[in-house]
Design a protein around this ligand. Structure first.
Ligand code: ATP
Ligand code: MG
Length: 202
């Protein structure tokens, strides 16, 4: 089973993934917890490039997309596919939907570029994807309490509004796979909602 967790900054993805991880471990299941961009030493180096704030040179949107897919290719090959083949449950903090939401809906890159990359390099898709949805301001307030903002977190409200709309259109297009969770609820209730979907799947 492959589960991904999506949503804008600070909505509670990492918090939920920890709870789901704990739940599966208590069930005696083998879990591979991972995240994107990143998940392998090399992919984490690419993540650092993506998140770093560089005032001297602006990263082009195409470069950003390709770096994300370079990291994803590495992550799939080194972590996700071997874990699935070993019968583990893979929990990934973000996956391909984030590329659609951030790079296409947010940055304005064409869906054609993304489709090409997905068709060519993404061999496995999640069985279920949790979209944690909350107003941008709420997540930003939660994220800000954690400290310095990275290159994405420094984007304007209008950018994240587009990203959220991007997630919404994915959810509408693929309601079977993508489950929307009301992330304005407290973390325990968000977890309960997610668990109901997980139990339906198992
Ligand atoms: N449902 C919730 N209600 C209130 N606070 C929450 C909730 N979920 C998470 N938090 C808190 O909000 C902050 C951000 O949560 P978390 O790190 O899980 O979000 P995230 O989506 O992983 O953020 P990022 O996109 O930056 O990785 C944390 O301090 C966390 O404890
Ligand atoms: Mg997180």
């Amino acid at each position: 089973m492959f589960i991904s967790f999506e949503g804008t900054e600070g909505v509670g993805k990492t918090t939920l993934i920890r709870k789901i991880h704990q739940y599966f471990e208590q069930q005696g299941k083998q879990v591979q917890l991972t995240r994107e961009p990143g998940g392998t030493p090399l992919a984490e180096q690419i993540r650092s490039l993506l998140l770093a704030v560089n005032h001297e040179e602006q990263m082009s949107h195409d470069t950003e997309l390709l770096l994300i897919y370079a990291a994803r290719a590495q992550h799939l090959q080194q972590v996700i596919v071997p874990a699935l083949e070993a019968g583990k449950i893979v929990l990934s903090d973000r996956f391909t939907d984030a590329s659609f939401a951030y790079q296409c809906a947010g940055r304005g890159l064409s869906q054609k570029k993304l489709q090409l990359l997905n068709q060519t390099f993404v061999s496995h898709m999640p069985n279920i994807t949790f979209w944690l949805d909350a107003p941008i301001e709420l997540g930003m307030t939660r994220a800000r309490e954690r400290g310095a903002l990275d290159r994405f977190e420094q984007e304007k409200l209008s950018f994240f509004t587009k990203v959220r709309t991007g997630y919404e259109s994915l959810w509408q297009a693929e309601p079977e796979r993508i489950k929307r969770l009301d992330a304005t609820q407290n973390a325990e209730l968000v977890f309960e909602d997610a668990l109901n979907y997980v139990k339906q799947l198992a």
